[in-house]
Design a protein around this ligand. Structure first.
Ligand code: BGC
Length: 901
C-alpha cells in the first residue's frame, strides 16, 4: 500500500503521515556497547491500521480504513483465468504477474538469519546474522527489531519483496533439526521476539512471513507426519507465538507447514487457518504454502492458502481448479478471495501497478550491519558456568585454542536458512585479532559428520579453483553441453539453480583435478540426488547409479558412499562425475508421480591422518596459561531436513574424550560449545567455565573473542532448557512418533513447564545465563493490586550492578496462578526486560502484565472453548532465570472473565 502511494503521489488512497521516525541506523563503534533502554510496553497497532515506512523519507505512514480495498476491487475485476493464475507461484521464488492489468510479480527469499536471494549454493553474498536461538538468547526485543530492519534492507538488495521468516515453531525436543532456526521452548518469548522482528522487516516495506503454521516441531518425515495436538496445548503453546506476532505486529504473510495437524495437512486444516487465524484473530495477510507443501487442489484453497509454492504449479493449474469449481469443491468466491490476498501482498510490498523491473541481486555489505551482527552475537553468548573467574581471560601470556571448530567458521545451521555470507570469522581469527600474547592450536579430534568437501583440493580444467559443471539436455549426456558453469564448491545441490533451459530432464558432468597435499590412503565420499558415478583418472571409482539407501544431504540424496585410495603428494588425479536428475530410488517415481526431480551431488575428500590429535591437544593445553576448547556441532549435524539422533556431541565420543583430556591437562579451561540445541555434558562438573556460543553468523569469531577477553560482558540467557539426559525431556516418549503420528502427549508441559512440574533438575534451566558482574534485586512494587479485563498491572523492581564490570541483566517475570480450576504449569514467563548497568548503577525495571499474562484456554467454555482469567491471586515471581527467583509480588483478579482474542 505505502509503496504505491510513495511511487505515485496521485494515488487515490488517503495516506496520513502522523508521526516521524528516523529510521537511519545508529552508527556503532568498533566494539560497541549498545545501551538497552528500559523496555516499554510493546507498541500494539490498532486493528485495521497499518504502519509502513516511506522508503524515501524514512517517515512512517499509517494507512487508515480497510487498506486492502483496492486489492479486493482489482481482484473482482480480473477474469477467472487471471484470478486462478495468482494462486500459484510463477517460478521457484516469484508470484505471477498479470501484465494486461499492470500487476507485477513479487519475489520471495529465505530466510530467518539472512536474505539469501535466488540460489542456495554460491548465491549473491549476503549478511549472515546469528541463528534464531542465538537471537533469542539476547532477550533484547529492541535489538531484534533492528535485525529486522537490516534484513528488510538485505531483502531489497536481493531484489526481493517478501522475506520467508521468522521461523517461530517451538522447541519441543532437544533433537529438533530446525530448533537452531527458531527461538525458544517458551511461546511468550518466541512471540515477543517474532513481533519485534516482523516490525523491523516491515518498516522497510518488505513483508515478513511467520512460519511454519503450525505443529512443525520435527523434521523426521516432515511432509508426512501428523502432529497430534489437543486444543489446549495447541492454543497455549503452539499457536501462541503466531497469535502474539499477529496481534502486535500484523505480519503481511504466513507460511503453512509441511506436516499434518490432527490427521489433516496443515495447509488444509480449516480449524487453525480459517476458524482461528482468519476468524478469531481477524488476520488479513497472504498465506503461502511451504515449498511443495500443497497436497491437493481444493482443500488448501478452501482452507485459505492463497499461493501454492513453488511454481510452476503442481495442484493449481487452470484445468485442476476449473474441475474443482465444477464439482463444487470450491467456489468462485474462494478463488477471488485468495487472488485478493495475493494482490494485497503485492500492493503492500512492490505496489499494485509498479512497473519497475525487478532489481538485480546485489550485495549490501556495510559497517552498520556488521556491527549490529557483532552486537547481537555478543548479547547472545550465554555464559553457563564460570568458576574461579576463569573468564574473562586476563593476564594470560599463552593461550591454547583447541578443538575441531577453532579454525572453521561454524556460523549457521543447515538447510534453507543458509546464505553465502559476505565473509566469516573463525574463533581463531577473532582471538588472534584481540589477543597479543602467544597462541597455540590443536584440532584435538575429528567431529565431521560427512567427509569435508573436496573444494580446497579442486582445480577446474580452466585453471580456476573449483569445478566445471556441464549440463546436457535429456538423461544421456547427448551431444555438446547445453550450459557450462564454473562452481567453486563441490556441494552441488541443484535444487533451484539448474538452468531453466535444460529442465525438466537433464544430465550433468562435474570435472576437476585433485592435487593431494600428502601421500597416504585418502578417502573420497560421494552422494547424489539422482543416479551418479564418480570416476578417478577415467576408472569408475564409486557407482551409485541405481542407489536405494537414502542419506541426509540435500533433502533427498543417497547415503554418502566412502571409498579410499592410495594417492601421492602433488600427483594430480582427474575426477569426473556423471549424474542426472532422474528420481532415485526408482521406486519413488510412482509415489511422486514424476520421473525427474532436482538433481545434484556432493563430493567429499579427506586425507589420511597420521598424527595423534588427542595427545597434541593435551600437550598444547599443558603448556598454556589458559586453554579455550571450541567444540560442538555444525550445519551438517544440525539442519533442516532431519533431526538429530542423540544429544551427545559427535562423533562417537571423540569430543567428550578430548574435553576430558584437556580438562585434566589444564584446570583453567574454558569450554565453548557451538550448537543450536542442548548437548549432553558428561564433563560438566569438571569444567570450570562453559560458554554456549550457538551459531552466530559472520561475526561469530569476533563476538566470541570480545566476550572471552572481556571487551564486553556476555548477556545471553537460555531460551531453552538444557536437560541432563535426553531421557529427561518432555517429548522423549513421543519422539519422533510412530507410523507417521507424533502425539504431543506432554500437552502444555513443554520445556521448563515439564521440568518444574516433574521436579527434574536440568543441567541448565530456562532463562539461565551468567555475566562478569553480579546484580542485586531490590524490593518490587506493583501499581495496583487488581488486574481486570481492561486494566493491567505494572511491576517495578530496582536492579543494582554490584560488581566491577558494566553488564546487562534480563529480569524475568513468571506468573503463577495460585489456584485454578484446571491444572496449570508451576509458573509461566509473562514479561521480561533487559537493562544495561554500569558498576554501582541502579535502574528501575518495569514489567507490564495484562489479561494475556494470566489466561489459559478452557475447551469446556462456550461452543469451542475460550480464554479465561479466573478470579483469585496471582504471584509474579521475579528472577534472573526460571530457577533463580529473587522476589515476589502478587495481585488479584476480582471476578473471572473470558475472551477470544
Ligand atoms: C522450508 C521453508 C523455506 C522454503 C523455501 C522449505 O523447505 O521449510 O522454511 O522457506 O523451503 O526455501
Amino acid at each position: 500500500m505505502s509503496s504505491i502511494d510513495i511511487d505515485n503521489p496521485s494515488s487515490p488512497h488517503s495516506v496520513q503521515e502522523v508521526t516521524v521516525v528516523d529510521t537511519k541506523q545508529a552508527a556503532f563503534q568498533v566494539y560497541p556497547v549498545v545501551p538497552t533502554p528500559l523496555l516499554t510496553p510493546t507498541h500494539t497497532p490498532e486493528r485495521g491500521l497499518s504502519e509502513e515506512a516511506n522508503a524515501m523519507t524514512g517517515k512512517r505512514i499509517f494507512t487508515l480504513e480497510k487498506p486492502d480495498d483496492r486489492a479486493r476491487e482489482l481482484a473482482a475485476k480480473l477474469t477467472l483465468e487471471e484470478q486462478i493464475s495468482l494462486l500459484a507461484g510463477a517460478d521457484f521464488w516469484r508470484s505471477m504477474a498479470i501484465p494486461d492489468k499492470g500487476v507485477p510479480s513479487i519475489k520471495t527469499t529465505d530466510g530467518p538469519n539472512g536474505a539469501r536471494g535466488e540460489f542456495f549454493t554460491n548465491g549473491t553474498p549476503a549478511a549472515l546474522f546469528p541463528c534464531g536461538i542465538s537471537m533469542a538468547s539476547t532477550w533484547n526485543v529492541d535489538l531484534i527489531e533492528q535485525v529486522g530492519q537490516h534484513l528488510g534492507d538485505e531483502t531489497k538488495a536481493r531484489g526481493a519483496n517478501v522475506l520467508l521468516a521468522p521461523t517461530i515453531c517451538m522447541h519441543r525436543s532437544p533433537l529438533g533439526g530446525r530448533n537452531f532456526e527458531s527461538y525458544s521452548e517458551d511461546p511468550y518469548l518466541s512471540g515477543k521476539l517474532a513481533a519485534s522482528y516482523v516490525r523491523g522487516v516491515q518498516s522497510k516495506g518488505v513483508a515478513a512471513t511467520i512460519k511454519h503454521f503450525v505443529g512443525n516441531e520435527q523434521e523426521t518425515h516432515r511432509q508426512a507426519y501428523s502432529a497430534v495436538i489437543t486444543e489446549r496445548p495447541l492454543r497455549e503453546i503452539y499457536l501462541k507465538p503466531f497469535e502474539i506476532a499477529v496481534r502486535e505486529a500484523s505480519p503481511w504473510a504466513l507460511m503453512s507447514a509441511y506436516n499434518m495437524v490432527n490427521g489433516i495437512h496443515a495447509d488444509e486444516y480449516e480449524h487453525t487457518l480459517k476458524d482461528i487465524l482468519r476468524g478469531e484473530w481477524g488476520w488479513e495477510g497472504a498465506i503461502i504454502s511451504d515449498w511443495t507443501g500443497t497436497y491437493a487442489t481444493a482443500p488448501s484453497i478452501k482452507a485459505g492458502v492463497d499461493v501454492e509454492m513453488p511454481g510452476p504449479s503442481k495442484w493449481r493449474q487452470p484445468a485442476q481448479i476449473m474441475e474443482a469449481l465444477d464439482k463444487g469443491e470450491i467456489t468462485h468466491e474462494d478463488i477471488e478471495k485468495s487472488a485478493g490476498n495475493v494482490l494485497y501482498l503485492v500492493d503492500r510490498t512492490k505496489g499494485l501497478s509498479n512497473q519497475s523491473p525487478e532489481p538485480a541481486e546485489k550485495p549490501n555489505d556495510n559497517e552498520a550491519t556488521r556491527n549490529l551482527i557483532l552486537q547481537v552475537g555478543i548479547e547472545g553468548l550465554t555464559l553457563l558456568k564460570n568458576e574461579n573467574n576463569v573468564l574473562p581471560i586476563r593476564n594470560a601470556k599463552k593461550v591454547a585454542v583447541i578443538g575441531p571448530n577453532v579454525k572453521r567458521a561454524i556460523a549457521a545451521g543447515g538447510g534453507s536458512a543458509g546464505v553465502n555470507p559476505y565473509y566469516t570469522t573463525t574463533p581463531w581469527g577473532g582471538i588472534r585479532s584481540r589477543f597479543d600474547g602467544e597462541l597455540t592450536f590443536a584440532i584435538g579430534c575429528d567431529s565431521a559428520k560427512w567427509l569435508p568437501l573436496a573444494t580446497p583440493y579442486c582445480t577446474a580444467p580452466d585453471g580456476q579453483q573449483g569445478v566445471r559443471l556441464e549440463y546436457y539436455h535429456g538423461d544421456r549426456f547427448k551431444g555438446e553441453p547445453a550450459v557450462v558453469q564454473h562452481k567453486v564448491s563441490t556441494d552441488l545441490w541443484l535444487w533451484d539453480s539448474a538452468p531453466k533451459d535444460v529442465l525438466p530432464d537433464f544430465s550433468f558432468k562435474v570435472m576437476t583435478t585433485i592435487i593431494p597435499k600428502s601421500t597416504g590412503n585418502h578417502t573420497f565420499s560421494f552422494a547424489s540426488v539422482g543416479p551418479g558415478r564418480l570416476f578417478l583418472d577415467g576408472e569408475l571409482f564409486i557407482d551409485i547409479w541405481n542407489w536405494t539407501e537414502e542419506g541426509e544431504a540435500m533433502f533427498s540424496a543417497s547415503e554418502d558412499v566412502l571409498k579410499s585410495i592410495h594417492l601421492q603428494e602433488g600427483k594430480a588425479i582427474e575426477l569426473l562425475v556423471e549424474s542426472t536428475n532422474e528420481v532415485r530410488p526408482a521406486s519413488k517415481v510412482s509415489i511422486l508421480g514424476r520421473r525427474h526431480d532436482y538433481g545434484g551431488c556432493r563430493i567429499g575428500y579427506q586425507e589420511e591422518d597420521q598424527v595423534d590429535r588427542l595427545q597434541e591437544a593435551v600437550n598444547a593445553a599443558k603448556e598454556a596459561d589458559v586453554a579455550v576448547l571450541v567444540i560442538g556441532l555444525d550445519a551438517e549435524w544440525e539442519s533442516e531436513g532431519y533431526d538429530r539422533q542423540t544429544m551427545d556431541l559427535p562423533k562417537n565420543g571423540s569430543q567428550d574424550r578430548l574435553i576430558e583430556a584437556v580438562l585434566a591437562a589444564n584446570p583453567r579451561t574454558v569450554v565453548v560449545n557451538q550448537s543450536g540445541t542442548p548437548v549432553s555434558m558428561p564433563w560438566v562438573h569438571r569444567a570450570p567455565a562453559i560458554l554456549q556460543a550457538w551459531y552466530q553468523g559472520q561475526e561469530a569469531g569476533n563476538a566470541l573473542a570480545d566476550v572471552l577477553f572481556g571487551n564486553q560482558s556476555p548477556s545471553g540467557k537460555l531460551p531453552t532448557t538444557f536437560p541432563v539426559r535426553l531421557e529427561d525431556n518432555p517429548a522423549y516418549h513421543n519422539w519422533p512418533g510412530e507410523n507417521l503420528k507424533t502425539v504431543y502427549g506432554e500437552g502444555i508441559y513443554i520445556g521448563y513447564r515439564h521440568y518444574e512440574r516433574a521436579k527434574i533438575t536440568p543441567l541448565f534451566p530456562f532463562g539461565h545465563g551468567l555475566t562478569y558482574t553480579t546484580f542485586a534485586y531490590g524490593t518490587p512494587t506493583v501499581t495496583n493490586t487488581v488486574l481486570s479485563e481492561s486494566e493491567g498491572v505494572t511491576v517495578t523492581v530496582p536492579i543494582t550492578n554490584t560488581g566491577e564490570m558494566a553488564a546487562h541483566e534480563t529480569v524475568q517475570a513468571y506468573v503463577k496462578d495460585v489456584k485454578s480450576s484446571l491444572p496449570r504449569p508451576e509458573k509461566e514467563l509473562q514479561a521480561f526486560a533487559k537493562v544495561l548497568l554500569q558498576p554501582g548503577e541502579t535502574k528501575n525495571v518495569m514489567l507490564n502484565l495484562n489479561k494475556y499474562s494470566i489466561g489459559y484456554f478452557d475447551t469446556s467454555l462456550g461452543q469451542t472453548g475460550a480464554w479465561i482469567a479466573e478470579e483469585g491471586v496471582f504471584d509474579v515471581l521475579l528472577g534472573a532465570s526460571s530457577a533463580d527467583i529473587r522476589e515476589k509480588v502478587s495481585f488479584e483478579v476480582k471476578e473471572s472473565f473470558q475472551w477470544t482474542f
